[in-house]
Design a protein around this ligand. Sequence first.
Ligand SMILES: *Cc1c(COP(=O)(O)O)cnc(C)c1O
Length: 420
Amino acid sequence: MSAGQNPPVRRLADWDDARLDALAAEHDTPLYVLDLDRVRANYRRFAAAFPDANVHYAAKANTVRPALRTLAEEGAGVECASAGELQRAFDAGFDGQRVHYTAVNPPAADLDRAVELAVDHPALTITVGAEDTLDRLAERGYDGRVCLRVNPGVGAGHHEKVRTGADAKFGVPDDRAAALLGAAADRFDVVGVHAHAGSGISGDDLSAHRELVARMGDLARDAPVDLEFVDVGGGFGVPYAPDEPPLDLDAVADATRSALGAVDADLVVEPGRYLVADAGVLLTRVNTVKETPETTVVGVDAGMTALARPAMYDATHQVRRVEAAGDAADAGDAPVVEATVAGPICESADTFGEHALPAPERGDLLAVGNAGAYGYEMANHYNSRPRPASVVVDGDRSAVARRRETVADVVAVEREVTWA
Ligand SMILES: *Cc1c(COP(=O)(O)O)cnc(C)c1O
């Protein structure tokens, strides 16, 4: 990307194939690649669209340390979903004032840790979505900064499983919020209100987003305490399909501002996916090609344990061939076939779907697009499969940020059980 340009989307075809091929050759596959310069560009574009808001990166989208560090250096805040993410945020250099911990049914150890961290970092904010959580904080002697998460009763999302706004699990009921804020102010420093409608703010329909923001504006105006900020969460969509347009950030920012109305508090937004999705690809190599009556099955070395989104949310991730195994001269003329790209996991859900690929051959290198968000973070050890390595690139530089796991890592927690 040349200096000064900041296109709203990076498509899978925009990646430099020779570079990806070299990285796969050096580091093996499956391999996550994250471009820090693109993370930076995404943050800058986002922050420019919301000039008077505090932008807090939702760390759960991708916690790889260089990405967190890049965003900390850019001046972003961070939204953490667990004690582990809090540790990563502080390790990456975020100062307490820019760290929000969203405590969703927090295990005791997480609350203990958050309260401990707040001793050294009193500007840390804990976002609470249940009265019980407030009581549990008070029991730990905490009287610091608290934000109340509200369930606005509206949800948006690309899939049932990410529509958190209307899910009773998240936040206190809307009609209880004002009273709870008043009560909480006796015990804590109540600084904000928060809502997050799930993932899926898209250009075609901003109505759910407007409604959520409007309710938060009303709540801020009704609140019996002075608030420092109104946090309207994340969910800013990215195009997963090649022909899908990018989100019109200015339109979203305008809608947010107008729906919020006049409030005497800062606006906080929490983009996760938007900042990292198109900065990442997953590289995977073809190991099996099988013709069947229905389709050509292209077996690859990355599966649902490396990238869970297709299996979990029926998510579409574009797949394209980066480098042909065979003679490069012939490869250009190879006929394109509709192929089913499938991983090595013994589950029928373990497929990345149907993709048009030039006559697939064993050894071809494929790239899976938009893998920068919720990719490695959701990776797991099912089928005793080690997680991929992660490489970060920044300009001409590249470095391993997470080494490839081995089976020894996977079995390291096993203990010999011998009955006396
Ligand atoms: C997951 C999450 C986000 C980010 O969601 P994206 O869809 O990645 O933007 C923001 N806020 C909260 C509280 C979240 O749980």
